[in-house]
Design a protein around this ligand. Structure first.
Ligand code: KIV
Ligand code: ZN
Length: 385
Protein backbone atom coordinates (compact mmCIF):
# COMPACT_ATOMS: atom_id res chain seq x y z
CA UNK A 1 0.00 0.00 0.00
CA UNK A 2 1.36 3.47 -0.90
CA UNK A 3 2.17 5.87 1.94
CA UNK A 4 0.87 9.40 1.37
CA UNK A 5 2.62 12.24 3.18
CA UNK A 6 0.21 14.59 4.92
CA UNK A 7 1.32 18.24 4.74
CA UNK A 8 -0.66 20.37 7.15
CA UNK A 9 -0.92 24.08 6.38
CA UNK A 10 -3.45 25.04 9.07
CA UNK A 11 -0.94 27.49 10.54
CA UNK A 12 -0.15 29.11 7.18
CA UNK A 13 -2.92 28.81 4.56
CA UNK A 14 -5.46 28.06 7.31
CA UNK A 15 -4.51 31.21 9.18
CA UNK A 16 -5.18 33.12 5.94
CA UNK A 17 -8.91 32.58 6.61
CA UNK A 18 -10.65 35.93 6.86
CA UNK A 19 -10.94 36.96 10.50
CA UNK A 20 -8.44 34.41 11.87
CA UNK A 21 -5.36 35.59 13.75
CA UNK A 22 -3.57 33.12 15.99
CA UNK A 23 -1.16 34.35 18.62
CA UNK A 24 2.16 32.69 19.35
CA UNK A 25 1.01 30.41 22.15
CA UNK A 26 -2.07 29.36 20.16
CA UNK A 27 0.18 28.43 17.23
CA UNK A 28 2.44 26.42 19.53
CA UNK A 29 -0.58 24.58 20.95
CA UNK A 30 -1.86 23.70 17.49
CA UNK A 31 1.62 22.62 16.33
CA UNK A 32 1.95 20.27 19.32
CA UNK A 33 -1.45 18.77 18.56
CA UNK A 34 -0.54 18.33 14.87
CA UNK A 35 2.57 16.48 16.04
CA UNK A 36 0.33 14.22 18.18
CA UNK A 37 -1.85 13.65 15.12
CA UNK A 38 1.40 12.61 13.41
CA UNK A 39 1.17 14.77 10.33
CA UNK A 40 4.32 14.37 8.26
CA UNK A 41 4.90 18.07 7.60
CA UNK A 42 3.71 21.19 9.41
CA UNK A 43 3.77 24.42 7.42
CA UNK A 44 4.19 26.69 10.43
CA UNK A 45 3.86 30.04 8.66
CA UNK A 46 5.45 32.53 6.29
CA UNK A 47 8.59 33.74 8.10
CA UNK A 48 9.08 36.87 5.96
CA UNK A 49 5.46 37.97 6.43
CA UNK A 50 5.87 39.45 9.91
CA UNK A 51 8.10 39.33 12.98
CA UNK A 52 5.39 37.38 14.78
CA UNK A 53 5.26 34.74 12.04
CA UNK A 54 9.05 34.48 12.03
CA UNK A 55 9.13 33.93 15.80
CA UNK A 56 6.41 31.26 15.69
CA UNK A 57 7.94 29.36 12.78
CA UNK A 58 11.33 29.41 14.55
CA UNK A 59 10.00 28.12 17.84
CA UNK A 60 7.86 25.47 16.18
CA UNK A 61 10.89 24.31 14.13
CA UNK A 62 13.01 24.12 17.28
CA UNK A 63 10.35 22.37 19.38
CA UNK A 64 8.57 19.90 17.14
CA UNK A 65 10.47 16.67 16.60
CA UNK A 66 7.85 14.23 15.36
CA UNK A 67 6.86 16.15 12.22
CA UNK A 68 9.04 17.97 9.73
CA UNK A 69 8.52 21.77 9.85
CA UNK A 70 8.46 24.08 6.85
CA UNK A 71 7.81 27.74 6.05
CA UNK A 72 6.64 29.56 2.96
CA UNK A 73 8.83 31.92 0.90
CA UNK A 74 8.54 33.90 -2.30
CA UNK A 75 11.30 33.49 -4.86
CA UNK A 76 13.48 36.35 -3.57
CA UNK A 77 16.70 35.83 -1.60
CA UNK A 78 15.48 37.87 1.38
CA UNK A 79 12.46 35.58 1.89
CA UNK A 80 14.67 32.50 1.54
CA UNK A 81 17.31 33.84 3.97
CA UNK A 82 14.60 34.74 6.49
CA UNK A 83 13.08 31.27 6.15
CA UNK A 84 16.53 29.75 6.77
CA UNK A 85 17.00 31.78 9.96
CA UNK A 86 13.60 30.55 11.18
CA UNK A 87 14.00 26.91 10.15
CA UNK A 88 17.70 26.09 10.44
CA UNK A 89 17.51 24.43 13.87
CA UNK A 90 14.67 22.15 12.84
CA UNK A 91 15.18 18.38 12.57
CA UNK A 92 14.94 18.46 8.79
CA UNK A 93 14.93 22.09 7.44
CA UNK A 94 12.55 22.33 4.56
CA UNK A 95 11.49 25.37 2.57
CA UNK A 96 8.40 25.93 0.46
CA UNK A 97 9.02 28.38 -2.40
CA UNK A 98 6.25 29.46 -4.74
CA UNK A 99 5.79 31.53 -7.86
CA UNK A 100 2.72 31.88 -10.07
CA UNK A 101 2.75 30.25 -13.50
CA UNK A 102 -0.70 30.99 -14.98
CA UNK A 103 -1.01 33.65 -17.73
CA UNK A 104 -3.34 35.82 -15.62
CA UNK A 105 -0.98 35.80 -12.60
CA UNK A 106 2.21 36.27 -14.63
CA UNK A 107 0.76 39.15 -16.66
CA UNK A 108 -1.19 41.12 -14.07
CA UNK A 109 0.27 40.21 -10.70
CA UNK A 110 3.94 39.45 -11.36
CA UNK A 111 4.26 41.54 -14.54
CA UNK A 112 6.82 39.03 -15.78
CA UNK A 113 7.18 37.11 -19.01
CA UNK A 114 7.08 33.30 -18.84
CA UNK A 115 10.86 33.31 -19.52
CA UNK A 116 11.44 35.57 -16.53
CA UNK A 117 9.26 33.37 -14.33
CA UNK A 118 11.27 30.26 -15.28
CA UNK A 119 14.52 32.09 -14.60
CA UNK A 120 13.33 33.41 -11.22
CA UNK A 121 12.00 30.01 -10.17
CA UNK A 122 15.24 28.23 -11.12
CA UNK A 123 17.46 30.80 -9.41
CA UNK A 124 15.44 30.66 -6.21
CA UNK A 125 15.47 26.87 -6.04
CA UNK A 126 19.26 26.82 -6.66
CA UNK A 127 19.76 29.44 -3.99
CA UNK A 128 17.55 27.64 -1.46
CA UNK A 129 19.20 24.30 -2.17
CA UNK A 130 22.57 25.65 -0.97
CA UNK A 131 21.14 25.58 2.55
CA UNK A 132 17.98 23.56 2.78
CA UNK A 133 18.21 19.77 2.52
CA UNK A 134 14.61 19.71 1.29
CA UNK A 135 13.22 22.25 -1.16
CA UNK A 136 9.58 22.22 -2.18
CA UNK A 137 8.56 24.32 -5.13
CA UNK A 138 4.97 25.30 -5.96
CA UNK A 139 3.52 26.52 -9.25
CA UNK A 140 0.90 28.90 -7.89
CA UNK A 141 -2.33 28.69 -9.96
CA UNK A 142 -0.93 25.59 -11.66
CA UNK A 143 -4.40 24.46 -12.70
CA UNK A 144 -4.90 27.50 -14.96
CA UNK A 145 -1.40 27.21 -16.40
CA UNK A 146 -0.68 26.09 -19.99
CA UNK A 147 0.36 22.48 -19.64
CA UNK A 148 3.46 22.60 -21.89
CA UNK A 149 4.70 25.61 -19.90
CA UNK A 150 3.94 23.86 -16.61
CA UNK A 151 5.88 20.79 -17.77
CA UNK A 152 8.80 22.95 -18.84
CA UNK A 153 9.11 24.92 -15.60
CA UNK A 154 8.68 21.75 -13.51
CA UNK A 155 11.56 20.12 -15.43
CA UNK A 156 13.76 23.19 -14.87
CA UNK A 157 13.14 23.42 -11.12
CA UNK A 158 13.82 19.71 -10.74
CA UNK A 159 17.15 20.20 -12.52
CA UNK A 160 17.81 23.12 -10.17
CA UNK A 161 17.40 20.80 -7.15
CA UNK A 162 13.72 20.77 -6.10
CA UNK A 163 12.78 17.69 -4.06
CA UNK A 164 9.02 18.18 -3.99
CA UNK A 165 6.91 19.76 -6.73
CA UNK A 166 3.49 20.99 -5.71
CA UNK A 167 0.64 21.55 -8.17
CA UNK A 168 -1.81 23.90 -6.40
CA UNK A 169 -5.35 24.50 -7.49
CA UNK A 170 -5.01 27.97 -5.99
CA UNK A 171 -8.49 29.20 -6.89
CA UNK A 172 -10.42 25.95 -6.48
CA UNK A 173 -11.23 25.79 -10.20
CA UNK A 174 -10.32 22.27 -11.32
CA UNK A 175 -12.46 19.12 -11.43
CA UNK A 176 -11.19 15.73 -10.20
CA UNK A 177 -10.86 14.30 -13.70
CA UNK A 178 -8.97 17.34 -14.99
CA UNK A 179 -6.67 17.39 -11.97
CA UNK A 180 -5.80 13.74 -12.52
CA UNK A 181 -4.97 14.53 -16.13
CA UNK A 182 -2.51 17.26 -15.08
CA UNK A 183 -0.62 14.73 -12.96
CA UNK A 184 -0.66 12.25 -15.85
CA UNK A 185 0.57 14.93 -18.25
CA UNK A 186 3.48 15.82 -15.99
CA UNK A 187 4.45 12.16 -15.53
CA UNK A 188 4.43 11.68 -19.30
CA UNK A 189 6.08 14.96 -20.33
CA UNK A 190 8.64 15.79 -17.65
CA UNK A 191 11.63 13.48 -18.22
CA UNK A 192 13.11 13.92 -14.70
CA UNK A 193 9.78 13.71 -12.84
CA UNK A 194 10.80 10.53 -11.00
CA UNK A 195 13.39 12.51 -9.06
CA UNK A 196 10.71 14.35 -7.03
CA UNK A 197 7.67 13.74 -4.89
CA UNK A 198 4.53 15.23 -6.42
CA UNK A 199 2.18 17.14 -4.16
CA UNK A 200 -1.45 18.28 -4.41
CA UNK A 201 -2.80 21.46 -2.82
CA UNK A 202 -6.50 22.16 -3.37
CA UNK A 203 -8.87 24.96 -2.51
CA UNK A 204 -12.58 24.52 -2.04
CA UNK A 205 -14.23 27.33 -4.05
CA UNK A 206 -16.39 24.85 -5.97
CA UNK A 207 -16.59 22.36 -3.09
CA UNK A 208 -14.24 19.87 -4.78
CA UNK A 209 -11.03 20.22 -2.76
CA UNK A 210 -11.24 16.79 -1.10
CA UNK A 211 -12.35 15.00 -4.29
CA UNK A 212 -9.58 16.72 -6.24
CA UNK A 213 -6.97 15.70 -3.64
CA UNK A 214 -8.16 12.09 -3.78
CA UNK A 215 -8.02 12.20 -7.59
CA UNK A 216 -4.43 13.44 -7.35
CA UNK A 217 -3.57 10.44 -5.17
CA UNK A 218 -5.07 8.13 -7.79
CA UNK A 219 -2.85 9.80 -10.39
CA UNK A 220 0.42 9.60 -8.53
CA UNK A 221 0.56 12.40 -5.92
CA UNK A 222 2.73 11.34 -2.98
CA UNK A 223 1.87 14.28 -0.76
CA UNK A 224 -1.41 16.01 0.06
CA UNK A 225 -1.66 19.49 1.47
CA UNK A 226 -4.62 20.73 3.45
CA UNK A 227 -5.86 22.08 6.74
CA UNK A 228 -7.78 20.84 9.74
CA UNK A 229 -11.52 21.50 9.31
CA UNK A 230 -10.71 22.76 5.79
CA UNK A 231 -10.10 26.32 6.96
CA UNK A 232 -8.23 28.68 4.64
CA UNK A 233 -8.46 31.51 2.09
CA UNK A 234 -12.02 32.17 0.82
CA UNK A 235 -13.91 28.83 0.91
CA UNK A 236 -10.89 27.14 2.46
CA UNK A 237 -8.47 24.30 1.71
CA UNK A 238 -8.97 20.56 1.46
CA UNK A 239 -9.85 19.05 4.85
CA UNK A 240 -6.97 16.79 5.81
CA UNK A 241 -9.09 14.78 8.23
CA UNK A 242 -11.62 13.96 5.51
CA UNK A 243 -8.90 12.79 3.12
CA UNK A 244 -7.20 10.64 5.77
CA UNK A 245 -10.47 8.98 6.77
CA UNK A 246 -11.54 8.48 3.14
CA UNK A 247 -8.24 6.71 2.43
CA UNK A 248 -8.67 4.56 5.53
CA UNK A 249 -12.30 3.60 4.96
CA UNK A 250 -11.85 3.09 1.20
CA UNK A 251 -8.41 1.48 1.23
CA UNK A 252 -9.92 -1.17 -1.05
CA UNK A 253 -10.31 1.58 -3.65
CA UNK A 254 -7.30 3.86 -3.12
CA UNK A 255 -4.72 1.32 -1.95
CA UNK A 256 -3.00 4.18 -0.13
CA UNK A 257 -2.69 5.15 3.52
CA UNK A 258 -1.48 8.01 5.69
CA UNK A 259 0.51 7.81 8.90
CA UNK A 260 -2.05 9.92 10.80
CA UNK A 261 -3.15 8.83 14.25
CA UNK A 262 -6.80 8.93 13.31
CA UNK A 263 -8.09 8.85 16.87
CA UNK A 264 -6.52 12.30 17.42
CA UNK A 265 -8.71 13.82 14.69
CA UNK A 266 -11.61 14.93 16.85
CA UNK A 267 -9.36 16.53 19.47
CA UNK A 268 -7.37 18.35 16.75
CA UNK A 269 -10.51 19.57 15.04
CA UNK A 270 -12.00 20.90 18.31
CA UNK A 271 -8.77 22.67 19.22
CA UNK A 272 -8.43 24.36 15.82
CA UNK A 273 -12.06 25.45 15.95
CA UNK A 274 -11.71 26.83 19.47
CA UNK A 275 -8.48 28.77 18.80
CA UNK A 276 -9.41 30.12 15.37
CA UNK A 277 -13.00 30.88 16.31
CA UNK A 278 -14.16 29.12 13.14
CA UNK A 279 -17.20 27.04 13.95
CA UNK A 280 -17.48 23.54 12.51
CA UNK A 281 -20.74 23.07 10.55
CA UNK A 282 -22.84 20.41 12.31
CA UNK A 283 -23.08 18.32 9.14
CA UNK A 284 -19.37 18.46 8.27
CA UNK A 285 -17.97 15.05 7.31
CA UNK A 286 -15.95 13.27 10.02
CA UNK A 287 -15.82 16.14 12.55
CA UNK A 288 -19.29 17.76 12.53
CA UNK A 289 -21.48 17.43 15.64
CA UNK A 290 -23.98 15.39 13.58
CA UNK A 291 -21.43 13.16 11.84
CA UNK A 292 -22.35 10.27 14.15
CA UNK A 293 -25.89 11.32 15.15
CA UNK A 294 -28.95 9.37 13.99
CA UNK A 295 -32.36 11.03 14.04
CA UNK A 296 -34.89 9.15 11.99
CA UNK A 297 -36.71 6.14 13.39
CA UNK A 298 -35.70 3.89 10.51
CA UNK A 299 -32.02 4.77 10.86
CA UNK A 300 -32.06 4.51 14.65
CA UNK A 301 -33.76 1.12 14.50
CA UNK A 302 -31.16 -0.06 11.94
CA UNK A 303 -28.20 1.17 13.96
CA UNK A 304 -29.53 -0.36 17.18
CA UNK A 305 -29.86 -3.71 15.41
CA UNK A 306 -26.55 -3.56 13.50
CA UNK A 307 -24.43 -0.44 13.59
CA UNK A 308 -23.00 -0.77 10.06
CA UNK A 309 -26.47 -0.37 8.54
CA UNK A 310 -26.02 3.40 8.65
CA UNK A 311 -22.48 3.99 9.97
CA UNK A 312 -19.50 3.56 7.66
CA UNK A 313 -17.06 5.27 10.05
CA UNK A 314 -16.99 4.20 13.66
CA UNK A 315 -16.87 7.26 15.96
CA UNK A 316 -14.03 5.71 18.00
CA UNK A 317 -11.85 5.63 14.87
CA UNK A 318 -11.62 9.43 14.92
CA UNK A 319 -11.63 9.85 18.69
CA UNK A 320 -15.36 10.42 19.28
CA UNK A 321 -16.64 8.48 22.31
CA UNK A 322 -19.82 7.13 20.74
CA UNK A 323 -22.57 7.75 18.24
CA UNK A 324 -25.77 9.42 19.43
CA UNK A 325 -29.47 8.93 18.92
CA UNK A 326 -31.11 12.31 18.66
CA UNK A 327 -34.73 12.16 19.75
CA UNK A 328 -36.96 14.26 17.51
CA UNK A 329 -40.19 13.93 15.56
CA UNK A 330 -38.65 11.41 13.14
CA UNK A 331 -37.52 9.05 15.91
CA UNK A 332 -39.18 5.69 16.43
CA UNK A 333 -40.18 3.49 19.36
CA UNK A 334 -36.96 1.47 19.37
CA UNK A 335 -34.66 4.44 20.07
CA UNK A 336 -37.23 5.98 22.42
CA UNK A 337 -37.56 2.82 24.50
CA UNK A 338 -33.79 2.46 24.55
CA UNK A 339 -33.25 5.99 25.86
CA UNK A 340 -35.95 5.55 28.50
CA UNK A 341 -34.18 2.40 29.64
CA UNK A 342 -30.88 4.30 29.84
CA UNK A 343 -32.67 6.86 32.00
CA UNK A 344 -33.83 4.06 34.32
CA UNK A 345 -37.46 3.66 33.14
CA UNK A 346 -38.68 0.15 32.40
CA UNK A 347 -42.03 0.81 30.72
CA UNK A 348 -44.97 -1.56 30.54
CA UNK A 349 -46.43 -1.79 26.97
CA UNK A 350 -49.46 0.43 27.68
CA UNK A 351 -47.33 2.98 29.54
CA UNK A 352 -44.84 2.97 26.64
CA UNK A 353 -47.71 3.66 24.20
CA UNK A 354 -48.90 6.68 26.18
CA UNK A 355 -45.51 8.22 26.88
CA UNK A 356 -44.37 7.62 23.29
CA UNK A 357 -47.47 9.47 22.05
CA UNK A 358 -46.81 12.34 24.48
CA UNK A 359 -43.20 12.42 23.25
CA UNK A 360 -44.34 12.60 19.59
CA UNK A 361 -46.72 15.46 20.41
CA UNK A 362 -43.92 17.35 22.12
CA UNK A 363 -41.51 16.60 19.24
CA UNK A 364 -43.94 18.29 16.84
CA UNK A 365 -43.36 21.50 18.76
CA UNK A 366 -39.65 21.19 19.62
CA UNK A 367 -36.61 20.36 17.44
CA UNK A 368 -34.78 18.13 19.87
CA UNK A 369 -36.10 16.35 22.92
CA UNK A 370 -33.70 16.33 25.85
CA UNK A 371 -33.39 13.87 28.73
CA UNK A 372 -34.96 16.53 30.96
CA UNK A 373 -38.00 16.61 28.63
CA UNK A 374 -38.31 12.83 28.87
CA UNK A 375 -38.11 12.88 32.64
CA UNK A 376 -40.80 15.58 32.73
CA UNK A 377 -43.04 13.41 30.51
CA UNK A 378 -42.56 10.52 32.91
CA UNK A 379 -43.41 12.68 35.91
CA UNK A 380 -46.64 13.74 34.17
CA UNK A 381 -47.41 10.14 33.20
CA UNK A 382 -46.93 8.83 36.70
CA UNK A 383 -48.81 11.74 38.27
CA UNK A 384 -51.74 11.03 35.95
CA UNK A 385 -51.90 7.25 36.49
O1 KIV B 1 -2.99 28.05 -2.96
C1 KIV B 1 -1.79 28.23 -3.26
O2 KIV B 1 -1.40 28.31 -4.42
C2 KIV B 1 -0.85 28.37 -2.15
C3 KIV B 1 0.59 28.38 -2.54
C4 KIV B 1 1.36 29.38 -1.78
C5 KIV B 1 1.14 26.99 -2.42
O3 KIV B 1 -1.23 28.37 -1.01
ZN1 ZN C 1 -3.32 27.64 -0.88
Amino acid sequence: MRKINMFDTTLRDGEQSAGVNLNHSEKMEIARQLERLQVDIIEAGFPAASRGDFHSVKEIAETIKGSSVTGLARTNQKDIDTAWEALKYGEEPRIHIFIATSPVHMTYKLKKTPEQVVETAVESVRYAKKRFPIVQWSAEDACRTDLPFLARIVKEVIDAGADVVNIPDTVGYITPEEYGKIFNYLKENVPNIDRVKLSAHCHDDLGMAVSNSLAAIEHGADQIEGTINGIGERAGNASLEEIAVALHIRKDHYNAMTGLKLDEISRTSQLVSKLTGMLIPANKAVVGKNAFAHESGIHQDGVLKEVTTYEIISPELVGVASNSMVLGKHSGRHAFKNRMKELGYELEPDELDRVFQAFKDLADKKKEITDEDLMALMTEERAGS
